[in-house]
Write a protein that binds this ligand. Structure first.
Ligand code: GLU
Ligand code: MG
Length: 451
């Protein structure tokens, strides 16, 4: 879509406000809007934003980051291809924005630009990455000061599908109207927990879709009097909300899935094993991007089907990388890997960009996962000696450990480059410190309705 088409569609739809959205270092979706009368010029000039916003924590506490104080400005410049009139509020439209310096060059702290860079890197290696975020979330109501789940329904139970039907049916219409193709819906294990999946697409679109998805779910739920929580662990005694990332690498023409190799025992190609090798090697640091909040680590516990160990396995839902079984009759296209330690408190551009960087490092170095890392049982059932003998590490068990691993991961830090890495780590350290000085109730409260 070009700018002229955006204008025409916005005017025809009777849109009043167009929001230029971005996702920040804290995983928060933020943005500013222009009235339709200013849209034509704003499409070119963008909307100004203080450089300090990438140093703003997810508690709105400004962190001390060099070059990100009260002086300095960038522009939020919207991508015309992302223009979307909101079906749940047709007076509004959104566009996903890039952060651009005043000299019109990309700002080094822009997460969306980082993902574009990693996509270009993959293209240099002849690979087109396809991805899908698979979010779980919890429908809740507010009673006094507390959130409570909207029901106590069982896993995949039709009772749960009944209690949530108003929200879900409007949600499906809304997502369909935005071109996010709904694949499956079911009430998940936790009380009030839902899962509704969207078809994969190219990597940039997949990350943009995750922003549109979070917006749509939150708004539709709100219109029905519910709060939708994307917190990794909204209730300490209930199942966590994952946001697994499914991904595959295709040829440049987008015709052949390069992860698929029918001769292999797991139907995986050499490139797929290189990706597994790279992702597992970088996983302790990568989770600082894919599971970035303090609350993320309450979810990543053994026995939660969210993964807690650095290993992979066919249809193993306790392995960090699951190799999903193929669809009957659609074997080549359905071949993919699923990263389980990932949740919706992540900035999807950073999470997916980091995942691609880790996988490509595996491709560049021809890495193969060590034999012991293939696990066909629940890794939590292996003894400490067995885990050690096979080289299976526990994933970081708190945000502090994940931050330390990222601080030591040269490949991921180089991919992010200093401005983005520095500001990102500052935000993560702020969370680590703030929440370690407070109790569980404080943590749950301040993650529940934020993402
Ligand atoms: N809720 C689980 C998680 O936190 C995932 C359950 C499943 O879909 O296998 O990742
Ligand atoms: Mg699930």
């Amino acid at each position: 879509m070009d700018q002229a088409e955006v204008l025409q569609r916005a005017r025809e739809a009777g849109v009043q406000l167009v929001f230029f959205l971005y996702c920040d270092n804290g995983g928060i979706i933020r943005g500013k809007s222009t009235h339709i009368s200013g849209l034509e010029s704003r499409l070119n000039t963008g909307i100004g934003l203080t450089v300090a916003m990438q140093a703003m924590s997810d508690m709105d506490m400004l962190q001390s980051v060099e070059g990100m104080g009260p002086v300095g400005e960038i522009r939020l410049v919207p991508d015309p291809n992302t223009f979307t009139v909101l079906p749940y509020n047709p007076k509004r439209a959104v566009m996903l924005a890039d952060m651009v310096r005043l000299d019109r060059s990309p700002w080094e702290a822009c997460p969306r630009t980082f993902l574009k860079r990693m996509i270009a890197r993959a293209a240099d290696a002849g690979l087109t990455i396809q991805a899908a975020f698979e979010p779980e979330w919890t429908l809740a109501v507010k009673e006094g000061d507390s959130f409570v789940p909207c029901d106590d329904s069982l896993c995949f139970s039709s009772v749960g599908a009944t209690t949530a039907q108003g929200v879900i049916d409007d949600l499906v219409s809304s997502l369909d109207a935005q071109g996010l193709q709904v694949e499956q819906y079911y009430p998940e294990l936790g009380h009030g927990q839902q899962e509704l999946t969207i078809r994969h697409s190219d990597a940039l679109r997949a990350a943009d879709n995750q922003i549109l998805y979070r917006e749509t779910v939150r708004n539709v739920a709100w219109q029905h009097g519910f709060y939708a929580s994307f917190a990794p662990k909204p209730f300490a005694d209930q199942a966590g909300n994952g946001c697994h990332i499914h991904f595959s690498a295709w040829d440049q023409a987008g015709e052949r899935n390069l992860f698929f190799e029918p001769q292999d025992a797991l139907n995986l190609s050499g490139i797929a094993y290189n990706f597994i090798g790279g992702v597992l090697e970088h996983l302790p640091g990568l989770v600082a991007l894919t599971c970035p909040s303090v609350n993320s680590y309450r979810r990543l516990a053994p026995g939660s089907w969210s993964s807690a160990f650095v290993c992979y396995g066919p249809d193993n839902r306790e392995a960090a990388l699951r190799v999903p079984s193929l669809f009957w009759g659609d074997e080549m296209a359905s071949s993919n890997l699923e990263l389980k330690p990932s949740d919706s408190s992540a900035n999807p551009y950073l999470a997916l960009g980091g995942l691609i960087a880790a996988g490509l490092d595996g491709v560049d170095r021809g890495l193969q996962p060590a034999e012991g890392l293939r696990v066909d049982v629940d890794p939590a059932t292996l003894s400490a000696d067995q885990l050690a003998a096979r080289g299976i590490q526990r994933l970081p068990s708190n945000l502090g450990e994940a931050i330390a691993a990222l601080e030591n991961d040269r490949v991921l830090l180089d991919a992010l480059a200093p401005t983005l890495a520095g500001s990102y780590l500052a935000i993560r350290r702020a969370d680590r410190d703030l929440f370690s000085n407070n109790d569980t109730a404080f943590e749950l409260k301040h993650h529940f309705y934020k993402f």
